[in-house]
Design a protein around this ligand. Structure first.
Ligand code: ADP
Ligand code: MG
Length: 502
């Protein structure tokens, strides 16, 4: 159902359980027709599913409201009953460890049993539909499943049970998908975060997590989210866009792309700046494609998104604190540790705090070609953000010293932007030149000018080279034998670009 990314550092601990399958069978007790079987009370999942999940005792379940579609209220009522009994009968955390097919069979057996014990009258088709629904709820992400299965969706935004938006091709649109009620949505949020051993409820209402396929998830629940749980998913793209595709989309010109290839290969220290969803990570991933295969690269990310093709890569990932608030490993911890791992390049997925200092130090001490992304709306803003990250990180350094450090470390800033028509453009390739007095001097190599809007609301603009013939990284390019490619790209870009488009 989801990608097959291997186990991660944040995966929940697997407790030794000889064989969960037989234990998941219901056993008869007087309390309920299908008795609870809890064989692993220690796990967070089993502990928390019951707190947030559906009403444990089926008969007490309030009849869920009908949410459009062809389904009758009685369908939901029956499902509520069966679901409640099922949750009582099995340990969901164990079920989740089974192969999807085996888990399905397990659920099928138990559901059939519940149906016969409770004397529910259903057609085969109804039973199948119910089973599908229950499997989606128990094993997957309920109504989110069809959206998660689509590769063209970049983001899924759930604003309470009744409202789900998606982003497709840079545009946000509303979907007809709904959850039965906020309780079902809360259950699914809980399912997601329990995979990394977290809990999300009134007492800890904010949580970052991710799906097994690498998609990044944020959950915020009431009382902080006023109209019901808000769930935001940045979907993991299995096939990351390539530089060629970015050229095809008009995000950058072919000549601009050539310059980026030189920057990626020639160990130019690079910052990629841009707003949320502007394409920073995509661009970083593209740049890493041009790293030589004999370099030792270490990546540090909050949630592993980069897909480096090189053989010699170590991937590191931060870890949020656990339920007891312990065990957190920050980006700064990773970057600092990285320095002891003999990296040749360090790639930081997103620089947002004091790790900025360590990354600059790394860039400055022989780890040329290190890269990172950062949230800012222009290259200038990227520089000041970097400075304030260091200041706020508690480093008692005069601002001039910090700027000198930035100048000595960062060579190039690439600015990505998501324009209001949903298109993404690389708007600047900018060099950091040096200091004049207390001010950092930059020089644009490539810029994107907005020219206007066409009849369909599509923005028109063009990329142009600023006419710089020899950027500061010229000598590096020469060292790597790339100066001809760089010169050709810069020269050609100076002529009016035939590929420029609106
Ligand atoms: N140049 C582009 N053209 C079209 N889509 C893009 C482009 N760059 C990125 N995307 C898509 O936009 C979404 C967000 O990209 P991402 O790189 O994760 O953004 P960021 O890291 O800035 O938040 C992804 O789905 C990605 O595939
Ligand atoms: Mg990103």
């Amino acid at each position: 159902m989801f990608g097959k990314r291997g186990g991660t550092s944040v995966a929940p601990r697997i407790d030794p359980q000889p064989s969960p399958a037989p234990a998941a069978r219901p056993a008869a007790t007087p309390a309920s027709p299908v008795a609870p079987v809890r064989f692993e009370p220690g796990t967070q999942l089993s502990a928390t599913t019951t707190t947030v999940s559906s009403p444990p005792i089926a008969p007490a379940a309030p009849p869920p409201p009908v949410m459009g579609g062809h389904r009758s209220e009685s369908f939901y009522e029956t499902k509520g009953q069966i679901f409640g009994a099922l949750i009582e009968a099995i340990d969901l955390s164990q079920l989740a460890k089974l192969e999807p097919m085996a888990a399905r069979e397990e659920i099928r057996d138990i559901v059939n049993e519940i149906i016969s014990i409770k004397n529910l009258v259903m057609s085969i088709a109804e039973q199948e539909e119910l089973l599908e629904d229950i499997c989606n709820d128990v094993l997957g992400y309920g109504p989110l499943e069809p959206l998660l299965a689509r590769d063209d969706i970049a983001d899924i935004m759930v604003n309470g049970a009744g409202t789900v938006y998606i982003e497709v091709e840079g545009k946000i649109q509303k979907t007809g998908i709904r959850f039965r009620d906020n309780q079902q949505l809360a259950n699914i949020c809980q399912r997601i975060v329990s995979q990394i051993g977290r809990r999300v409820d009134e007492s800890s209402p904010i949580c970052d997590a991710r799906l097994p396929d690498g998609s990044r998830v944020n959950v915020i629940v009431p009382p902080l989210a006023i109209d019901g749980p808000a769930l935001t998913i940045r979907k993991f793209k299995k096939d990351k866009l390539t530089l060629e595709q970015l050229v095809k989309f008009g995000s950058i010109t072919p000549h601009g792309a050539e310059v980026l290839k030189v920057i990626g290969r020639c160990r130019v220290n690079t910052l990629i700046s841009g707003g949320t969803g502007s394409g920073k990570t995509t661009l970083l991933n593209c740049l890493t494609n041009f790293i030589d295969h004999d370099e030792r690269v270490i990546t540090c990310e909050d949630a592993a998104e980069l897909q480096l093709q090189q053989p010699h890569v170590v991937r590191l990932e931060t870890r949020p604190p656990n339920l007891e608030g312990e065990g957190q490993v920050t980006m700064r911890d990773l970057v600092r540790n990285c320095l002891r791992m003999r990296p040749e390049r360090i790639i930081v997925g997103e620089v947002r705090g004091p790790e900025a200092f360590d990354l600059l130090q790394a860039m400055n001490t022989g780890h040329d070609g290190s890269m990172g992304t950062l949230h800012a709306n222009s290259p200038r803003e990227a520089l000041s953000r970097l400075e304030s990250m260091i200041t706020m990180g508690g480093f008692q350094l005069p601002s001039r010293t910090i700027r000198e450090m930035i100048v000595a470390s960062i060579d190039v800033i690439i600015q990505a932007a998501r324009l209001r028509d949903g298109s993404r453009r690389i708007t600047h390739i900018t060099e950091v030149m040096g200091m004049e007095g207390d001010v950092i001097i930059t020089q644009d190599l490539f810029v994107y000018d907005l020219l206007g809007e066409d009849a369909n609301g599509k923005l028109m603009g063009r990329h142009r080279s600023t006419g710089i013939g020899q950027p500061r990284f010229w000598d590096r390019a020469k060292y790597y034998g790339e100066e001809a490619r760089l010169a050709a790209a810069l020269d050609a870009a100076e002529a009016p670009d035939p590929h420029a488009r609106g």
